[in-house]
Design a protein around this ligand. Structure first.
Ligand SMILES: Nc1ncnc2c1ncn2[C@@H]1O[C@H](COP(=O)(O)OP(=O)(O)O)[C@@H](O)[C@H]1O
Ligand SMILES: [Mg+2]
Length: 372
């Protein structure tokens, strides 16, 4: 897939910007604070309806304005038609998503159109950050592949919240605990589906990432990613078996959870563990090794999306070229070139970026304006 035209109105430091992107590599060069990441953020926003920076939507509106609008014209390899994506958002919290002119309220409507793989310096958090960072990472990727997963996450969150309230009420207000069974059933139902989907995603992603990691390190490094579940060893279990185990754990630990007033088991407590050569990457890996692992992971995502959708997503590379060494950078650029992946690269230094690549376009970013 690729974006043909992109328009931003009052989005962060952009007043009004329209762009025609190249089918191949689009390079945006500029000094710090000029709007490079803001541009990628706009593209990402069109894919998810929210931002990767964890900001509130309000912060995306240009300081001098009351609303913003972003638009893109998307061409999929798998369809002959064009897709028009548009999102409007204002300070009164009105938000409107339009896809081919049809209005939607929910962000989930966007899933399934524009898919992106983003690689930014922040992604080191996938290895070094908290379990929440890793859960957010895997959940976002699965949402892009399957919009129903997004709904599932919401359903689980709602049940979790209600169940936690109930646990507190049983503990503090001494209300009867018969209702707990109903919530357990739902928690187990949604929770076991989430865990199964995460396992299924890793089953495809990890072998590809392992192969790429070997290639990136001349066969020196073995990458592995395992799913660490609060439920215990579940790697080989079916969804029904996971559900059975989950239900049993909740039953056995009922009084503990009531005492604590919080749900202690389930996908909201799970984590991913990264290994290089059987050692934990978070603890023993150098910054360089961690970065290479993330690169392998991101490249593996491109392949996973391709297997799933029959086409590559957009690749967004925010300021990462200068942090990769020569051979990794070459590997990345060759992959992009060979697979003809539409890519947006940002950086401060043109030398690192403009290796001899076909169909590339160079843009200069300065104070919220882009010059071709
Ligand atoms: N809501 C906003 N309205 C106007 N300017 C903003 C807004 N949010 C951020 N900015 C400005 O955007 C710039 C940061 O842009 P960014 O894309 O992160 O820079 P870089 O080119 O270094 O990636 C800063 O100068 C910041 O002041
Ligand atoms: Mg930036």
């Amino acid at each position: 897939m690729h974006i043909l035209d992109l328009s931003l109105y009052n989005f962060r430091n952009y007043a009004q910007q329209t762009l025609r992107l190249s089918r191949g590599v689009n390079i945006f060069v500029g000094e710090n604070g000029q709007g490079k990441t803001n541009l990628l953020e706009a593209v990402y926003y069109l894919a998810f309806g929210n931002t990767f920076r964890g900001n509130k939507e309000m912060e995306l509106i240009n300081w001098q304005q009351d609303y913003f609008r972003v638009m893109a014209q998307l061409k999929k390899d798998t369809s002959s038609r064009l897709f028009e994506l548009e999102i409007y958002s204002d300070r009164q919290r009105n938000k409107q998503i339009k896809i081919n002119g049809v209005k939607y309220k929910r962000n989930s409507a966007l899933l399934g159109y524009l898919q992106v793989v983003l690689f930014s310096p922040e992604d080191l958090k996938i290895v070094k950050g908290s379990p929440t960072d890793r859960r957010r990472y895997i959940d976002r990727e699965i949402c892009q592949l399957d919009g129903r997963y997004y709904t599932l996450l919401h359903q689980y969150q709602k049940v979790l919240q209600q169940r936690n309230n109930l646990l507190k009420d049983i503990h503090y207000k001494k209300i009867a605990k018969d209702q707990l069974i109903v919530w357990n059933k739902q928690l187990v139902n949604f929770g076991s589906q989430i865990i199964s989907q995460r396992l299924a995603f890793l089953k495809i992603l990890v072998p590809i990432a392992r192969r790429l990691q070997k290639q990136l390190t001349d066969g020196q490094e073995n990458l592995n990613v395992t799913y660490q579940s609060s439920l215990g060893a579940i790697g080989k279990l079916s969804q029904e078996e996971i559900a059975g185990l989950y239900e049993q754990i909740l039953k056995e630990n009922e009084s503990l959870e009531i005492n604590r007033g919080v749900t202690l088991w389930g996908p909201h407590r799970d984590d991913l563990i990264f290994y290089f050569n059987d050692r934990e990457l978070k603890i023993y890996g150098s910054q360089g090794q961690q970065r290479t692992n993330i690169l392998a992971l991101k490249l593996a995502e491109l392949e996973t999306f391709y297997h799933h959708n029959g086409e590559y997503p957009l690749l967004l590379l925010d300021d990462v070229m200068s942090e990769l060494d020569d051979s990794r950078r070459q590997f990345l650029l060759q992959t992009i070139d060979k697979q003809q992946i539409q890519t947006i690269i940002t950086g401060a230094n043109l030398d690192l970026l403009s290796e001899k690549m076909a169909h590339n376009e160079i843009f200069i970013v300065k104070e919220g304006k882009i010059i071709n």
